[in-house]
Design a protein around this ligand. Structure first.
Ligand SMILES: [Zn+2]
Length: 226
């Protein structure tokens, strides 16, 4: 895995040049945001080195974000697994893909499920260490993003994509391969909601970390034309 520093507190871990997860430094160790593809555990643990991974927080349960969760939990005694309440049925084996009342679209994308059950159910507005959980559905129902309030880094999962510019999920250019989404309109609404928060940079599930703060997000929203 390629390891790239993100501002003061983060490390971006990249597999196959395309799939990111992140180690975020806290006083007691690391929080891992997403867990990459299956088979990433050795390299995630190597990147953490002597610093313990205390928590794994999932932005959403797609295959490229929770692939190594079970293997990591087997290797890290006492690690906390956090996910949104809406994600929990999607993390079962087999997943429960039924929609809840009021939800639109469908559950799109690969949700293979994991054996582990979350020990921390995250609500929007919760603070987990330095990370503020923000509700960002659209790519998939129950998607969360995490804002590090110390340095304004938004760990956006797939609410946003980091191309040569920031793009709202499902509003990516024709050449971008990940077209999966539950609701394009909700993805845009989520991006608009993110404008309420002070952010400096975007650390996405895919692509290099992008700066540009609010202006970059405003441009991404402007490109997402219904
Ligand atoms: Zn993804």
């Amino acid at each position: 895995m390629k390891v790239t520093r993100v501002a003061q507190y983060g490390l971006q871990l990249t597999r196959l040049n395309f799939v990111n997860c992140y180690l975020v430094r806290e006083d007691d160790g690391y929080t891992l945001v997403d867990a990459g593809l299956k088979g990433s555990e050795d390299e995630i643990l190597k990147a953490a080195g002597n610093i313990p991974i205390k928590r794994i927080l999932l932005t959403h349960p797609h295959v490229d974000h929770l692939g190594s969760v079970d293997a990591l939990i087997a290797r890290i005694p006492g690690v906390i697994l956090g996910a949104s309440e809406r994600s929990i049925p999607l993390m079962q084996i087999p997943p429960d893909l039924s929609l809840r009342s009021g939800e639109v679209g469908k559950i799109a994308g690969g949700v293979p499920g994991i054996k582990a059950k979350p020990s921390l159910v995250i609500q929007a507005g919760d603070r987990i260490g330095s990370l503020l959980a923000i509700d960002t559905p659209g790519h998939i129902h129950g998607h969360l993003s995490f804002l590090d309030e110390r340095d304004g880094t938004l760990y956006a999962g797939d609410a946003l994509f980091c191309l040569g510019f920031v793009a709202v999920a499902s509003w990516t250019p024709w050449w971008f391969p990940l077209k999966v989404y539950s609701s394009r309109a909700q993805a845009k609404e989520s991006a608009i909601r993110l404008l309420e928060y002070p952010m400096q940079r975007f650390a996405c599930g895919h692509g290099k970390v992008r700066g540009g703060g609010r202006a970059a997000l405003e441009e991404a929203i402007a490109r997402a034309k219904l």
